[in-house]
Design a protein around this ligand. Structure first.
Ligand SMILES: Cc1cc2nc3c(=O)[nH]c(=O)nc-3n(C[C@H](O)[C@H](O)[C@H](O)COP(=O)(O)OP(=O)(O)OC[C@H]3O[C@@H](n4cnc5c(N)ncnc54)[C@H](O)[C@@H]3O)c2cc1C
Length: 407
């Protein structure tokens, strides 16, 4: 009987474990997670949970009893520090070694800290349920939140804090929010949405110096010399993928992740998914690393399928969404900043999609309040057919039909 050991109780790990059982795997399944909480739905942490709209039972992916029912051994607060792939053995901090036949890694990342930011009690980061609880509690007493970084987490927390009636100052070093992920034009639209909701958005701006009182930050001086007060600070400047363990195990590290093949395998009997995986995507035909929830979940499922049913490629096109105020954003595919943007729909009404084309192929599609187009756009990404930009722009053309007819 085989023993599968999964390191990481996040999207990848939890979905891999339960899918293994669904696919008829009858061996031992063990999850070792450094987190103190059982696996939860991380996207809630910047949205409904942070705002107090849902409570813990709803954030968990499974009831405690489900793990026993499915014979999944879940060990929390277990930090795996190393091991040997040849000896099929793992070292756990402060505990006994654990042996495995098949290893799955879904390790996620750690929030980046910028140099110069004081290590004060009201300067927080957001990754875990514990972090979100701490921010929720601190927001309850705060008047003015300073957010450093206008990526997705920063932008979503800004929206949540505004909904809670807090003053929000959002400081971003780049000229527009979400620029890296969405490009300048969509980023400008997002800046306008946040400003309309009362967020004080300062782009092209950095913190020059920090004002402190004892162990608390009380404010900052921004580039340009302006002083600003704040009684809570959230640093949201991205993550560093957790690569110490895979590096120590001798797995191939490349492009900020663990290099895995088309079927998410990094070495014999070792699978890696989620934020840490640099995946050779068989449909997009290049290596991509994606930090999104649906990708982690689906890769966990894909890994389980390979373990239970024989090695197979993972072919799903990346998908993510973000909700801020009443604006829903969806994205399918994996485009880069150099791709040609083709717009479809009504920018003014904030209901549109943008297709990103490279050599005529649709690499990605982003939609704001335009779900139907996004779904059809995903099929265009999958089709790997050359598209005529004027046909994509034309709202009278049926996109699903285009995917099946264009050569
Ligand atoms: C606040 C927040 C909101 C988000 N919102 C969205 C959203 O709206 N849409 C979206 O698409 N994505 C969103 N994301 C991103 C998404 O949650 C991640 O991409 C996803 O969780 C990655 O899954 P993972 O399995 O790779 O890692 P994680 O879910 O981070 O899980 C990693 C697990 O590994 C454990 N671990 C790490 N190292 C070790 C070790 N050495 N030993 C033992 N255990 C270890 C950790 O404790 C954790 O349990 C959000 C992320 C955050 C933080």
């Amino acid at each position: 009987m085989k023993r599968v050991v999964i390191i990481g109780g996040g999207g990848t790990g939890d979905y891999a474990a339960f899918t293994l059982r669904k696919r008829g795997f009858d061996g031992e399944i063990t999850i070792l997670s450094a987190d103190r909480d059982r696996p939860y739905d991380r996207p809630y942490l910047s949205k409904e949970f942070l705002r107090g709209e849902i409570e813990p039972p709803k954030v968990f992916l499974h009831d405690e009893s489900d793990y026993a029912k499915e014979r999944i051994e879940l060990h929390l607060e277990q930090h795996v520090t190393g091991g040997s792939l040849t000896e099929r053995r793992l070292t756990v901090a402060g505990g006994d070694d654990v042996s495995f036949d098949v290893l799955v890694l879904g390790l996620g990342g750690t929030p980046r800290r910028l140099p110069g930011i004081p290590d004060a009690e009201n300067v927080l980061t957001l990754r875990s349920l514990g972090d979100s609880k701490a921010i929720r509690e601190a927001l309850g007493h705060a008047r003015r939140l300073l957010l450093i970084g206008a990526g997705f987490i920063g932008a979503e927390v800004a929206a949540s804090a505004r909904k809670l009636g807090k003053e929000v100052l959002l400081v971003e070093a780049l000229p527009v929010p979400l620029q890296r992920a969405l490009g300048s034009e969509v980023g400008e639209i997002y800046a306008a949405i946040h400003r309309d909701q009362g967020v004080d958005v300062r782009t092209d701006t950095k913190v020059e110096s920090w004002h402190t009182d004892g162990n608390r930050v009380t404010g900052v001086t921004l580039s340009g010399g302006k002083d600003e007060e704040a009684d809570l600070v959230l640093v949201a400047v991205g993550i560093e993928p957790n690569l110490d363990l895979p590096r120590g195990l001798g797995l191939p590290i490349e492009g900020g992740g663990v290099r895995v093949d088309e079927g998410l395998r990094a070495a014999e009997n070792v699978y890696v998914g989620g934020d840490v995986a640099l995946h050779q995507h068989p449909v997009l035909r290049r290596a991509i690393r994606v930090e999104h929830w649906e990708v982690a979940k689906n890769q966990g499922r894909g890994i389980a399928g390979s373990i239970a049913g024989g090695h197979q490629p993972y072919t799903k096109i990346p998908y993510f969404w973000s909700d801020q105020y009443d604006v829903n954003l969806e994205y399918r595919g994996h485009a880069s900043g150099d791709d040609t943007a083709v717009w479809r729909g009504d920018r003014e009404a904030r209901s549109f999609s943008v297709f990103y084309l490279r050599d005529g192929l649709v690499e990605g599609v982003l939609s704001m309040n335009d779900s139907k187009t996004n779904e059809a756009g995903g099929k265009l990404v999958e089709s790997r057919r050359r598209m005529d930009p004027s046909a994509l722009e034309d709202t009278n053309r049926d996109l699903a039909e285009l995917a099946s007819t264009t050569t």
